[in-house]
Write a protein that binds this ligand. Sequence first.
Ligand code: 3NM
Length: 207
Amino acid sequence: MTLAITETLRKYFIMGSQNCDRDPIEILKVAAAAGITAFQFREKGEGSLTGNKKLELGKHLREICCEHNIPFIVNDDIELVDLLEADGVHVGQDDQSVKYLRKLFPNKIIGLSVSNASEVAKSPISLVDYIGAGPIFDTGTKPDAKTVVGLEWIIALREQFPKLPIVGIGGISPKNAATVIDAGADGVSVISAITKAENIKQAVYSI
Ligand code: 3NM
């Protein structure tokens, strides 16, 4: 059964090997069995794999998502989208343009990060399937994260786009995930809340 995109966003786990002090394959296996609703392969930044090693890890992670019927989304890397037959691609403001991606992938999920009103103004929002809004809270995971936008950013986006699928990102944990949903997001994206959790299963249940 295929979930609606809003349901797909509810527990959206993002990970690359650089986020893990355990085997990423084992982390994803536990998270997938525990009920994440989407996965993004984000092999990016300091310590990340490249080339064949990146591809090989991607293949393992893709396979786990197939087994659990979880959408597999690739961060930014178009070549990998094709090679791994990903369900979608997520880009930031400085990555490939959404217009180009939509031409390339008419039927895949396309997600775009937006952190402020001027980014929204210059983005072709009607071409994306969802937007990632953040950083909602302080995050130690992305060194170049933009200024914290708070729950107000979710509230503002929801007001401007009543029907647009929105997922919050940045510093989201079991302690604050409900506030992000209450503010109007369809779901939460997390990295460290799962990769660094002592009990991954519990973390997935609680976000
Ligand atoms: N993008 P954690 S914040 C990948 O604001 C990413 O667009 C962000 O990691 C944005 O869940 C972020 O560990 C890091 O805080 C999220």
